[in-house]
Design a protein around this ligand. Structure first.
Ligand code: DAH
Length: 343
């Protein structure tokens, strides 16, 4: 074999190797192909055995040809390894990609308990009118819950049947009215507060729960009249139940107010026509109210000759049942998500 033939064979080997490498599917295939040509017992080495039969001046040319062949194969090998690495990276990116065009799973946004929502609504209406929130303890003394509110010692509301007594003196407050006394004792006049909170009574059926919520209102100033009370409640009724909602005051009795009135709103379901909810009267009772009894003012150190005021007490559950169309008070306390999620 002369040097020309050798060069041709090396070139042919190189193109075979380059073609094979270009098709090598995996790294280990590429390595194996390269070794089969360039390894110690590879085809190129094998071919170069003829070197010793060549004339001295041809050996340099043969060396150049063999180098070119090796470089071509090395180059093809490196290129193939890079291409495989790139393909692998691409496949990984594809497999691990997150499809951000998929619709998201719906989030369960919590709106707060329906009773809390209604309570917040009631507070907002009175805050708009300039009332501020005042709170009192749920464990009360007989003094704040009854005595200072002018309940006579033998008043039936003090009966064990209604009141959860904790001991001789302490009880679970049966209404939010004791906060009236607490604020009158500690606030500067004039006073304009509302006081939301939990109250307790030993009573349970579809419209009564042993724990329920009230919002108490109290306003004390000079020259406060029954007309101020009526105007405040009229405005409240319209903000709460819709413009044009009428109210009706019926004479009533509470130990801590004189005169006292129970307040009805025009039935929000039949708009006064008469339906089952309002027992065909066209009216629904929503709160108790009245002018603060002078005895209550005096008991809190306020001069009834100079000051007067009004108070009212509103049941949150009652308003919630009307506004949300719920007909069993106990649903509010069962925490059944199927119920709560409707609001
Ligand atoms: N505290 C009364 C109750 O729980 C409701 C009430 C009536 C509150 C008249 C008042 C009021 O402030 O003036 O039944």
């Amino acid at each position: 074999m002369n040097v020309e033939e050798l060069s041709n064979k090396l070139e042919a080997l190189a193109s075979l190797a380059v073609a094979a490498l270009a098709e090598a599917p995996r790294r280990e295939d590429a390595i194996q192909i390269k070794n089969s040509y360039l390894g110690r017992k590879g085809q190129v080495q094998d071919l170069m055995k003829v070197l010793r039969d060549l004339a001295h001046e041809d050996r340099r040319l043969a060396g150049q040809a063999s180098n070119a062949c090796k470089q071509a194969i090395e180059g093809a090998f490196e290129a193939r390894m890079r291409a495989i690495a790139e393909q692998e990276l691409e496949r990984k990116m594809r497999e691990e990609a997150v499809d951000i065009t998929l619709p998201a799973r719906p989030l369960q946004a919590s709106m707060g308990h329906p009773l809390r929502q209604i309570e917040q609504e009631l507070i907002a209406i009175f805050e708009e009118m300039g009332f501020e929130v005042a709170e009192g303890p749920e464990i009360e003394s007989d003094y704040f819950n009854f005595e200072a509110l002018n309940f006579p010692p033998d008043h039936p509301a003090r009966d064990m049947q209604d009141t959860f007594m904790l001991d001789d003196e302490r009880l679970l407050r049966t209404h939010t009215s004791p906060v009236q006394v607490r604020t009158m004792q500690s606030y500067e006049l004039p006073i304009r507060v509302i006081s939301p909170g939990r109250v307790y009574r030993c009573d349970s059926d579809i419209t009564h729960s042993p724990v329920f919520h009230q919002v108490e209102g109290l306003l004390v100033d000079e020259h406060v009249t029954f007309g101020d009370l009526k105007g405040t409640l009229q405005h409240f009724a319209e903000r709460c139940f819709g413009e044009g909602t009428p109210i009706r005051l019926r004479p009533s009795f509470f130990p801590f107010t004189e005169p006292s009135a129970e307040v009805d709103v025009g039935c929000i379901f039949c708009r006064g026509e008469g339906c089952r909810v309002c027992s065909h009267s066209g009216w629904i009772e929503i709160l108790g109210s009245g002018m603060i009894d002078p005895n209550v003012l005096s008991a809190s150190g306020i001069d009834p000759q100079r000051y007067s005021g009004f108070a009212f007490g509103l049941g949150v559950e009652r308003v919630a049942m009307l506004k949300l169309g719920v007909n069993d008070i106990r649903l509010f306390y069962e925490n059944d998500l199927r119920f709560l999620e409707q609001f």
